[in-house]
Design a protein around this ligand. Structure first.
Ligand code: ATP
Ligand code: AH0
Length: 366
């Protein structure tokens, strides 16, 4: 049975809530509907940054000390507003939606401690929007010894099915953290690769008071410090084989020296790219095609560096294939909700390291 699912994603870049509609039976994508976006205000984003900071030592996933309770309330109401605005804009009624897939906001990801924490109150959201809400997608995976991320690979595979390209294809999502899905026939492998935009965003904010490097214009003017990148790539994470995952703040201790901001932006952009390329020798075959999604696909300097670094493979921005780059993760959580409802696997040994294919998600009913 086809379901109309609404996916809601609040990613590690802390920019806002993405909303997307998808019609799916959890196996095939029958149709992609519209998508929307509800940005966080500066005050909300400040609170979320503080929440990430205060969550760093959380001993258990239910605890909400300090500002975490308030941050959770803000995340829940931002999502409720996002759904209300989306349904009003598209003249939909809540009961046109069968299921909502609600990722929440990750504030801590420590799979080695079997701990992954997404804030957002799903039972409250279900009551506010009068639709069943599936949430807590990562918990069962981490409990079973998996990495708890990335979860988008099953959806990347569903999207890539229609491409019928020869040779291995990799979808790379450059959000706050970057992650890849390697697809070659029946082989599906995934992992986080390193920083996405988060380090660069934090640097741009600190030194230039800009939220991100628009189209990569600042980085385009700078000089890359290749020695710094080579040193940073010595961190043990980069030589680990997939599957592997990261917390947004795993690289916060890496500091650039006293260099012009353009050089800093260029170096951090090149670091994200080098970390993505570093995964190639860890894959079974060299990928022939790369598809770049997420906000990083709008960074033209990042795209240029990816093309240079990954040649002779072809690198395409997801939008050029008709995929809605900004909506893919939200669509994915709609798709995952439909899969969860049907008990289909959300993660696999080669995507998160779980011992066997695992379903997941919990349902909150209005
Ligand atoms: N026009 C642009 N030019 C350059 N970079 C951009 C542009 N628009 C967005 N970005 C970058 O993309 C980021 C947002 O990306 P995205 O929405 O994919 O992240 P996310 O979903 O929050 O993160 P994750 O995938 O890690 O959960 C912004 O923080 C910014 O760094
Ligand atoms: C713990 C967590 O929230 N991880 C995110 C993060 O942002 C990108 C990357 O790291 C990815 O592993 C994951 O998100 C996407 C949606 C995923 O699970 O596929």
């Amino acid at each position: 049975m086809m379901l109309t699912a609404l996916g809601l994603m609040s990613g590690t870049s802390l920019d806002g809530v993405d909303v997307a509609m998808i019609e799916t039976d959890g196996r095939r994508v029958n149709a992609l509907g519209p998508s929307g976006y509800r940005p966080y205000t500066d005050v909300e984003r400040g609170l979320l940054r503080q929440a990430l900071y205060e969550a760093a030592d959380l001993p258990d996933r239910a605890a909400r000390p300090g500002c975490l309770r308030e941050a959770e309330r803000v995340v829940t109401s931002a999502h409720a507003e996002a759904v209300a605005a989306f349904t009003a804009q598209h003249r939909m009624r809540f009961d046109d939606i069968d299921i909502v897939g609600f990722h929440g906001q990750t504030v801590l990801h420590r799979p080695e401690k079997k701990l992954t924490v997404q804030i957002g109150d799903a039972p409250a959201l279900a009551k506010l929007i009068h639709v069943p809400v599936m949430y807590d997608f990562r918990a069962a995976d981490v409990d079973a010894g998996g990495q708890g991320a990335p979860f988008v690979p099953v959806y990347h595979r569903a999207l890539a099915q229609s491409l019928e390209w020869e040779g291995p294809t990799v979808v790379v999502n450059i959000g706050g953290v970057a992650n890849i899905t390697y697809i070659d026939g029946d082989t599906l492998i995934a992992c986080d690769t390193g920083p996405g935009n988060a380090l660069l965003d934090d640097y741009m904010f600190r030194w230039l008071n800009q939220r991100f490097d628009n189209e990569g214009r600042t980085a385009a003017l700078g000089k890359v410090d290749a020695a710094w990148i080579n040193r940073a790539l010595q961190m043990p994470f980069f030589s680990l084989p997939p599957p592997k995952s990261l917390d947004r703040n795993d690289f916060e201790r890496l500091k650039l020296g006293d260099i012009p901001p353009e050089d800093g932006a260029a170096t951090l952009t090149a670091f994200t790219v080098a970390a993505i390329a570093r995964v190639v020798p860890l894959l079974p075959k060299e990928p022939k095609n790369w598809i770049v999604a997420g906000g990083g696909a709008r960074n033209l300097t990042m795209l240029r560096m990816l093309r240079e670094c990954l040649q002779p493979a072809t690198v395409r921005a997801a939008d050029t294939l008709g995929w809605a780059s900004d909506a893919i993760e939200a669509q994915a959580f709609g798709f995952l909700a439909a899969r969860g409802l049907k008990g289909l696997p959300l993660s696999y040994p080669a995507t998160t390291g779980v011992p066997f294919p695992m379903t997941g998600g919990i349902i909150a009913r209005p």
